[in-house]
Design a protein around this ligand. Structure first.
Ligand SMILES: C[S@@+](CC[C@H](N)C(=O)[O-])C[C@H]1O[C@@H](n2cnc3c(N)ncnc32)[C@H](O)[C@@H]1O
Length: 349
């Protein structure tokens, strides 16, 4: 046995379990406002952080030390002070922006919450349906994606499809399939008030939250708690979007075929999927590891729960493009959009 290889693996295991614990500590940091309480404040003592956050000093102390150990905070030993560097605050205490990374921490507790059931599904098949995930899972998806939809969808991503935005500005129609809490239809309606914007999702709780968000924002997209094939509105759409949804679907081909029939003649299907390579050997990196985890404990299991295709989140561009062809689409272009996490396809009938 190669002892160096074994020691390296032991280090790997410690690093990974430490990563899990760092995630849990960082989750507390975003949920309780600890990062926000430290942002822009420079060096702080334990008592300063406890006072600024209004939290229990003993817990705060343990959290501060753990976050120093994990590299999230700087520590000045002589003064015994803790600092959240501005560069870290930019990513960790910036909820609602397109650079906030804390939503990823929030994804881990609900996914680990179903891990025993998923492990059981490894033995018996089936899986955990979307509705069985804790509400915290919807909240986490929201935290991860909302900033992008509010700040990038219209101002950056859709700039690649000027003919579509022109039609929406002139009163065209947009459909977001698997809209979750509805931030895509909301962003579209805000940017294109004359457009008719519809969001569908079979998850009733998500649609109830989407309607509440629309009311709070004073916007009027339409939300329906149905799958796209059950949507009674049969008029064609200029834009149909599937944002982080295609790989979750139990019947992705049927849905793609059905959506093709709903596209206006010059309409575009915009599909946003995780950025992973086709080749496993090119996916040996933290981003892909995260996606394989999200996939196993969320995307894959909810599809298999319905006896579905079980595509998983790490489909890769070649298999994704093959789905579009199999569903009868004439063309599918990978858009030139810079994103560390996503690939963007413009698909035409
Ligand atoms: C990962 S979430 C993405 C939500 C939202 N699009 C976003 O990006 O934040 C996947 C969504 O697909 C929805 N979904 C699952 N099966 C569906 C189906 N057959 N038709 C439409 N939506 C579906 C789920 O209810 C869930 O809201």
């Amino acid at each position: 046995m190669d002892k160096d290889k074994m020691r390296a693996m032991a280090d790997r295991v410690f690093r990974d379990v430490a990563g899990g614990m760092a995630t849990a500590l960082a989750f507390v940091g975003t949920e309780t406002g600890l990062f926000r309480a430290m942002a822009g404040r420079g060096p702080m003592s334990i008592a300063d952080v406890a006072a600024a956050s209004g939290l229990e000093a003993r817990y705060v102390e343990e959290w501060l030390k753990g976050m120093v150990s994990a590299g999230y905070l700087d520590y000045e030993a002589a003064a015994e002070t803790f600092t959240l560097p501005d560069e870290h605050a930019f990513l960790l205490s910036s909820e609602g922006t397109d650079h906030f990374m804390g939503g990823m921490f929030a994804m881990v507790p609900p996914l680990l919450g179903v891990a025993p059931r998923v492990a059981e599904s490894f033995r018996r098949g089936g899986g955990v349906p979307f509705a069985d995930f804790a509400p915290e899972c919807r909240h986490a998806i929201d935290l991860m994606n909302r900033g992008n939809y509010e700040h990038r969808l219209v101002d950056y991503w859709l700039k690649q499809l000027p003919e579509v935005t022109a039609r929406l500005a002139a009163g065209g129609r947009a459909l977001d399939v698997g809209c979750g809490r509805g931030y895509v239809p909301l962003a579209l309606k805000k940017a294109f008030p004359a457009a008719e914007c519809v969001g569908v999702d079979p998850d009733r709780a998500s649609i109830a939250e989407a309607r509440a968000a629309a009311q709070a924002a004073g916007l009027t997209p339409r939300f329906e708690d149905v799958t796209s094939d059950a949507l009674a509105d049969t008029a064609p759409f200029d834009l149909i979007s599937l944002c982080d949804v295609l790989h979750d679907l139990p019947s992705p081909l049927d849905v793609l075929r059905g959506l093709r029939a709903r596209l206006a003649p010059e309409g575009v299907l915009l599909v946003i999927e995780p950025r992973v390579s086709d080749r496993l050997e090119e996916n040996i990196n933290p981003m892909a590891t995260m996606f394989y985890g999200f996939s196993t404990f969320h995307c894959l299991t909810q599809s298999l729960a319905h006896g579905g295709a079980g595509l998983g989140a790490c489909l890769g561009p070649t298999r994704t493009q093959a789905l579009f062809s199999a569903a009868g689409y004439g063309s599918a272009t990978l858009l030139d959009i810079k994103s560390p996490t996503n690939l963007f396809y413009a698909v035409r009938a």
